[in-house]
Design a protein around this ligand. Sequence first.
Ligand SMILES: *Cc1c(COP(=O)(O)O)cnc(C)c1O
Length: 410
Amino acid sequence: MKGFTTKALHTGYPKKDVHGALRPPLYDSVAFEFENAERIQEAFEGKLPAHTYSRISNPTVEDFETKIRVLTGSRGVIALSSGMAAITNVMLALCSAGSNIVSSRHLFGNTISLFEKTLGDWGLEVRYADMNNPGSIESRIDEQTRVLYLETITNPQLEVADISVVSACAERAGIPLVLDGTLTTPYLFSSRDYGVAVEVVSTTKYVSGGATGVGGIVIDNGLFDWSRSSKISPLTGQYGQFAFLAKLRREVFRNCGSCMAPHHAWMNTLGLETLALRIQKSCDNAMEIARFLAGQEKIRGVNYPGLPTSQSHAVAARQFNGRFGGLVAFELEDREQCFRFIDSLGIIRNATNLNDNKSLIIHPASTIFSEYSVRERRDMGIADNMLRLSVGIEDLEDLTDDIKNGIESI
Ligand SMILES: *Cc1c(COP(=O)(O)O)cnc(C)c1O
């Protein structure tokens, strides 16, 4: 099996179903029983690979994890309750009080809040660097730096760093590069080919398929030598290069109760089967809409990595499997025009999610970034006259008709 969708459809279930069911059943069970006391002891000691309790592992969740592992060619995968749980678990596993991380400036809003407030209270320091400038990254790394962190496509700035340049900085410093690949997913971006140590993805977005449930994954690409990580190296004696995954599964993930619900894993597995098809349609629609908007007089600016006018165009064209994602940002005159535009739409819905099957629009400054001051928003690149459109898989003509109505209303 070579292709993404073939693998998503035909990667075998860990155990054959007793009835030969082609769609594996959903194991909504918390506990699993054993033949005798010795067997359950072996399971607890990790000598017998078996499920004991669903906060640690579950057959339906394992099926989803296995499929992602095969699709990414990675060492191992852990599925979690949300994208934020995935990011939190990775940071808790790799950092301690007094550690610092070096990160891109432009981050998902809750990730900034996690780094600065939640983990900041426990002694983590965040140092922001320009990911397009290796000198800026390297000047911020010191003895206490535990992670280099970035997102594949920043949102809503839609900036794309050259990830092989960033991973070379991490490699030279001997620290793991952790990448949030939510906006690209392993279908658009093969993080393993670019030297990324750990990828986190919010499956809530593209993967779930129709925004059915909140979830996340942590992918260990198997590239980083964990004996170089101060927190993980003590475990390499027992677990070898599986030490990072063991740290999560047998400690952080288990203790924080970050498990993905079996029902969500089941929905996500279904989502994987059509992921490539849905991403292709969403990205193709986004490309056409970006071109259409760029030709409209009343639209002041269009930002989409697929447009040659985007600063990220060349690097995105190299990195992302020939497509440019489903998000388009554009500018009108002011906030009032943005609100009128949103309110005149019929098909495109006003909601905060992204990469849903449905097209969604939002005014970031007054919603996702409303907790920040005007100045902070300016530093983050969140303009008051900017709209973010997440392009779904609807028929293109219906979307362009809707947008035409929006433009007429302003
Ligand atoms: C949505 C999102 C997250 C958080 O994911 P949840 O599943 O909502 O917790 C993290 N990073 C990015 C880039 C996202 O878009």
